[in-house]
Design a protein around this ligand. Structure first.
Ligand SMILES: Cc1cc2nc3c(=O)[nH]c(=O)nc-3n(C[C@H](O)[C@H](O)[C@H](O)COP(=O)(O)OP(=O)(O)OC[C@H]3O[C@@H](n4cnc5c(N)ncnc54)[C@H](O)[C@@H]3O)c2cc1C
Length: 301
């Protein structure tokens, strides 16, 4: 029997798994390998003040911003994988268009930055495994206290954590897919994330990450409509990027709806509904779920 089974291996489930392993628990992570995982498509911005967050979410966002530098150092040491992170500040502009990054000079950014979410996920999962965690490529079909059912077997666990992103509705959680599409452009990057209008641009290595659309539903891939939106957005807000070659596109389903981080019933916890800010909110989410699991562990609930 695993002490904990985490369902979903995006940033949320993986970081929870890592933290629980660090506390000495035996953890199995089930990852179904769905197309459209949000984490791999994400811009990776750490921008607590740019997204209209308030209350506890804002507190958790600030906690994420504060904790990431140390967390990334810890994960890099444990995994040997470098995770690019910069506390560059975040620019939010009222008036487009921006005709070049020089125009940002003299404008005060707000606290924030960015990291590479694909590298983050790789580092978290490798660190998790190096602590004794197990990752299985399997889909959970049903859960009940003490049990997770896949297509072929039943896995026993004292605690089950549902962290299956936009797919969490299958377990009765109030989450829906909000697809985001983005482009990687071959152009000199800005000094940090720049929000203007309904989108943003930020550095991804030596390139520019330009995003992102918001589309309800499960339609997969980067659609023609999404591409048109991104091109129109680029031309209207960042005209100096107009000639830049498109190197790659990214898409994923944000888990939109109700942010649920806590216990659903004895033996079952959930961490989902992080919408546009799951990378930023992941450290606080993992901390909170770890506290709850350890509390149950001590009192054997
Ligand atoms: C284009 C885009 C840009 C974004 N930009 C930012 C940003 O700048 N900053 C920020 O903080 N956030 C951003 N986000 C949001 C952020 O990426 C998400 O909130 C976060 O990645 C959600 O993580 P998750 O682990 O909950 O879900 P996911 O990353 O989607 O992972 C869920 C995982 O669960 C697995 N799964 C599903 N069902 C099952 C099952 N039954 N059994 C086993 N496994 C299952 C799936 O295969 C998947 O891998 C962005 C998202 C998108 C799409």
């Amino acid at each position: 029997m695993s002490e904990v089974v985490v369902v979903g291996g995006g940033v949320i489930g993986s970081l929870i798994g890592y933290r629980l392993c660090r506390e000495g628990l035996e953890v199995t992570l089930l990852e179904a390998g769905k197309a459209g995982q949000a984490t791999r498509a994400s811009a990776g911005m750490l921008a607590p003040h740019a997204e209209g967050l308030g209350g506890e979410e804002l507190e958790w966002a600030r906690e994420g911003l504060e904790r990431y530098p140390e967390l990334v150092r810890e994960l890099e040491a444990a995994s040997g994988i470098e995770v690019p992170l910069a506390l560059s500040g975040v620019w939010s502009l009222e008036r487009p268009p921006l005709r070049g990054w020089e125009a940002l000079r003299g404008l005060e950014p707000r606290p924030g930055g960015y990291l590479d979410p694909v590298r983050l996920l790789a580092a978290v999962q490798k660190a998790f495994v190096s602590l004794g965690g197990t990752i299985r490529t399997e889909e959970a079909r049903r859960v009940e206290p003490g049990r997770v059912y896949t297509a072929t077997r039943c896995i026993a666990a004292r605690q089950v954590v549902l962290a299956s992103g936009a797919w969490s509705s299958r377990f009765g959680l109030e989450v829906r897919p909000l697809k985001g599409e983005a482009l990687l452009l071959a152009a000199p990057p800005p000094p940090g994330p720049v929000f203007v209008g309904a989108g943003y641009a930020l550095p991804r290595g030596a390139q520019v990450y330009l995003g992102a659309t918001q589309r309800e539903g499960w339609r997969p891939g980067v659609g023609a409509e999404g591409l048109r939106w991104l091109q129109r957005y680029r031309d209207a807000h960042f005209p100096h990027l107009r000639g830049a070659a498109v190197l790659e596109s990214r898409w994923g389903y944000r888990p939109a709806g109700r942010l649920t981080v806590g216990r659903l019933e004895p033996g079952i916890l959930a961490a989902t509904g992080h919408g546009r800010n799951g990378i930023l909110l992941a450290p606080a989410t993992a901390r909170r779920i770890t506290e709850l699991v350890l509390e149950s562990w001590r009192t054997r609930r």
